[in-house]
Design a protein around this ligand. Sequence first.
Ligand SMILES: Cc1cc2nc3c(=O)[nH]c(=O)nc-3n(C[C@H](O)[C@H](O)[C@H](O)COP(=O)(O)OP(=O)(O)OC[C@H]3O[C@@H](n4cnc5c(N)ncnc54)[C@H](O)[C@@H]3O)c2cc1C
Length: 479
Amino acid sequence: MTQTTSPLDAEPVPDLGRLRAGFSGEILTPADGERYDDARTVFNAMFDRRPAVIARATCDGDVVAALLFAQSARLPIAIRAGGHSVAGYSAIDGGVLLDLRPMKQIQVDPLARRARVGPGVTWGELDRATQEHGLATTGGRMTTTGVAGFVLGSGSGWLERLHGFACDNLASARVITADGRILTANETENPDLFWGLRGGGGNFGVVTEFELRLHPVGPTIYGGMLIHPRERASEVLRFFRDFMHSAPREVAGGAILMTAPPAPFVPPELRGQQAVSVLAAYFGDSGEGAEVLAPLRAFGDPPVDLVGPMPYLDLQAITDAGNPPGRRNYWTSDLLTGLPDEAIAALVERANAATSPASVTIVAPYGGAVAEVPEDAVPIGGRSAPWFYHCYGIWTDRDDERHIGWVKATTAALRPWARSGMALNFFSDVDRDRVRSAFGDGKYRRLVALKDRYDPDNVFRMNQNVRPSSMRLDHGRLH
Ligand SMILES: Cc1cc2nc3c(=O)[nH]c(=O)nc-3n(C[C@H](O)[C@H](O)[C@H](O)COP(=O)(O)OP(=O)(O)OC[C@H]3O[C@@H](n4cnc5c(N)ncnc54)[C@H](O)[C@@H]3O)c2cc1C
């Protein structure tokens, strides 16, 4: 293939004539300076990658053109929607970055309680559109996260105990395969593909429309955050655990080992200090919510109590400030077989040893609707797990090894209570063994069969990769 050289970076760029001919969106190369840099920047600052070309798709035709161009030019391709992959899958060096952000269509049908959503939409945007009708579906706990990667990776959010994971609410999808076919996937059309899309990630094609089921939620819900000093973490976690064991499914919650923000609502002596917060919400009548959540508010006389009636949209944004885009992130996570006092002690001890004040550990319950969906209904299982934790290393200096070491040591400390099956979207390191164990052998084989059928050449490999059986691949490179 012809290669030309960008005047700015002296990097080889592919001959783009063929792509330009069939592409209506913007095409960027290193020669485009700031626009190129803006378009290649992803949430996790650990991935400062430089694609050869960024194709900013505006329609299905653009997606087909970019896919066919990348393959004919023998360039690897990465898919970018919200850009929040903590593992850096939406960043690529030297290949084609297919940027779906311009595809921002949202159509809400309040009567049918469905939303048709383009792949460039974020959870903040979708929640705003559905809340105009008092509707919502299980969505990200941060507003900037993309709907697309989230749903395809299963999607865990505050509404899950009431309405299941985001992927449980996927009714239909439009999918473009590597060879440019446009398919519908739902319970009746291409049901095998539909199964794989609900947790199997971006392995099978580019989804250009998600049809999601909506439910009546808000617009005002009852909930908010309580913050206690870290010295009380063990007793707060134990109380929260016992409270959640008998809480109805309308209650969502999580305990967060964090640093108290320097906010006016935090007493001066707690600002910037290690703390533990309990985030709780009741999706139902506010009066009932006040009654149900009263014991959480009463326990331990928390110095910060922000619980009360609040817009659902504010709940969805409540943790945004804790991890803005542009920091360095390394994450792990696991399902837990239970949350005995010993596991709580390990969580608190590891959180106390955090190497960065921005890092957080979250422990939260499943149960309710999560546990009711049959284990084989979608690729990601582990639904009977009562608890899970996330450990997020977040920092701004360059001491990556130290901060990553803290995250890994936390995972090791919690191993006695860990079980496999956690959704892969919560991991920075995803090797083949992790992919297989997340799904389990039987479902992994089913995913490989789907990969063989829909992407036998592994064009879509910048993801939690399911390798087609015909290829031997290592770390995303053909050999
Ligand atoms: C700040 C933050 C908060 C988060 N909160 C939550 C949370 O509350 N719950 C939860 O479950 N997860 C959460 N996540 C994880 C999140 O679900 C994943 O990182 C997800 O991949 C993000 O989707 P995206 O569209 O933003 O990602 P991108 O980085 O744009 O995409 C990641 C990968 O997904 C695939 N993909 C994306 N779009 C498509 C498409 N249209 N077609 C085919 N493949 C596609 C591709 O392989 C792509 O490389 C969070 C992540 C961050 C960084």
